[in-house]
Design a protein around this ligand. Structure first.
Ligand code: UD1
Ligand code: CA
Length: 453
């Protein structure tokens, strides 16, 4: 079995945040969640998370994740952190150490690291960096064998010049780890129990450290401040954008596309600049997303066009619809095929059947609208009396004139017509005309008031 220990107890001072570092988001999910999800992709593993700073928040935020939570009450170093998780780990396991603030480590690299430990019992993930400042350095002997790790703060000039660094990730036999970690001390510049000291202990016993490198350095990059977080976010977004483009989605500018969740996309979709997609999203073939659209947890069927600047939130939209520009579709809305929703229209918790149109400046809330209904400009459903919400039902083929108020609860039956400017307060019969309007008067030769001096 493989026991995975994820270290996540540090505060992350340089984030300058009240939130524990590992709860900061990358692509819409906490950093720690990325690491756990990657760890879950390895076969036959148990996962323990060592938490400390802001522990209650961390546990609450990731409560659903199948991991063992281990508290490290005070942060005395990476060796001490690992030690907290070890008592419960079987001696014949291998242990993989990961970090809650290194979110982009990939499953292939981890699998390679596990495989690399199978022979000698110890593997280590290292990387060559142009600027190794701050990291632990890998000290090798003349034959290239790894000897030990020296932390930057404890390193002399020759060691500082080494550009191969410790990523911190390693795989080692649990029985050895238990023995070595028990004999760590904190005799170093930081007064911490360094996990990295076990490398020297291992080589002193003749154990070979099998060092391997990841495919890209982004995999081993930790987040220490918000600048690094933004760099990893861009890298991650670029990767997602390329995957989508290769699968048949046109992105007008992949650097101005943000997906914070999962997109299930058909082909020949085109997405203009500054689209933000959050949660679970399904886009059918040929969907067009205009510039500056915000889409969260939505299904949009084939051929639908979102004009620029639309907000679609927890809604289901049928095929061949035309939405926006500047439309807001709010939660629990379902639009059937070929519905048109125009500019400055807000729709909340409503269903609109096929072929109906709400083209200008309207609020539709708590409504059921039938097929081929035409809702004129400025129509408002008055769904709220200040205490409770009520439903508006509009049946098939209704025509609603502009500037109508529908005071719910109310039903407008099939084929009815509502005259412009009407306040509908009672149900309207099928195929009838409802109109409530003051008669127009005419005053001849009307003198407009003049400005007084
Ligand atoms: C550590 C390594 C260093 C490596 C670098 C890679 C040690 C001694 N040094 O240094 O060789 O190059 O990572 O980024 O291991 N943590 C706890 N409890 C603690 C201390 C730390 O959970 O008591 C967690 C932190 O939350 C963090 C991780 O361990 O996620 C690394 O700790 P940090 O203090 O950042 O170590 P570095 O000094 O960066
Ligand atoms: Ca660090």
């Amino acid at each position: 079995m493989l026991s995975i220990i994820i270290l996540a107890a540090g505060q992350g001072t340089r984030m300058q945040s009240a939130l524990p570092k590992v709860l900061h988001h990358l692509a819409g999910r906490p950093l720690l969640q990325h690491v756990i999800e990657t760890a879950q992709q390895l076969p036959n593993r148990d996962i323990a998370v060592v938490y400390g700073y802001g522990g209650e928040l961390v546990r609450a935020e990731l409560a659903g994740m199948p991991v063992r939570w281990v508290e490290q009450a005070s942060q005395l170093g990476t060796g001490h952190a690992v030690a907290q998780a070890l008592p419960e780990i079987p001696a014949d396991d291998f242990v993989l150490v990961l970090y809650g603030d290194v979110p982009l480590i990939g499953p292939e690299t981890l699998q390679a690291l596990v495989t690399a430990a199978e022979g000698s019992g110890f593997s280590l993930l290292t990387a060559k960096l142009p600027d190794p400042a701050g990291y632990g350095r890998i000290v090798r002997d003349d034959s290239g064998k790894v000897l030990r790790i020296v932390e930057h703060k404890d390193a002399g000039d020759t060691e500082c010049a080494i550009n191969e660094i410790n990523t911190g990730m390693l795989v080692v036999r649990a029985d050895w780890l238990q023995r070595w970690v028990a004999s760590l001390d904190s005799e170093n510049k930081q007064g911490e129990y360094y996990l990295t000291d076990i490398i020297g202990m291992a080589t002193a016993e003749g154990v070979t450290i099998n060092a391997i490198q990841p495919a890209t350095v982004f995999e081993t990059q930790g987040v220490n401040d918000r600048v690094q977080l933004a760099e990893l976010e861009r890298y991650y977004q670029r990767g997602q954008a390329e995957t989508l483009m290769r699968a048949g989605v046109t992105l007008m500018d992949p650097s101005r596309f943000d997906l914070r969740g999962n997109l299930h996309a058909g082909t020949d979709i085109s997405i203009d600049v500054n689209a933000v997609l959050i949660g679970n999203i399904v886009l059918g073939d040929g969907v067009q997303v205009g510039a500056n659209c915000f889409i969260r947890n939505a299904e949009i069927a084939a051929g639908t066009i979102l004009e620029p600047n639309c907000v679609i939130d927890n809604a289901i939209i049928g095929a061949g619809c035309r939405i926006g520009p500047f439309a807001r579709i709010r939660p629990d809305t379902r639009l059937d095929d070929n519905v048109h929703v125009g500019n400055f229209v807000e729709i909340k918790k409503s269903t609109i059947a096929a072929g109906s149109k709400v083209n200008h400046l309207s609020y539709i809330g708590d409504s059921e609208i039938g097929r081929d209904v035409n809702i004129g400009a400025g129509t408002i459903t008055c769904n709220y009396d200040g205490a409770n919400k009520f439903k508006t039902i509009i049946e098939d083929n209704v025509f609603i004139g502009s500037d109508t108020q529908l005071v719910a609860p109310v039903r407008v039956a099939t084929g009815a017509t509502i005259g412009a400017g009407t306040t509908v307060t009672r149900d309207v019969e099928a195929n009838s005309l409802a109109v409530s309007r003051i008669e127009q008067r005419s005053v001849k030769n009307w003198q407009r008031p003049k400005k007084s001096k």
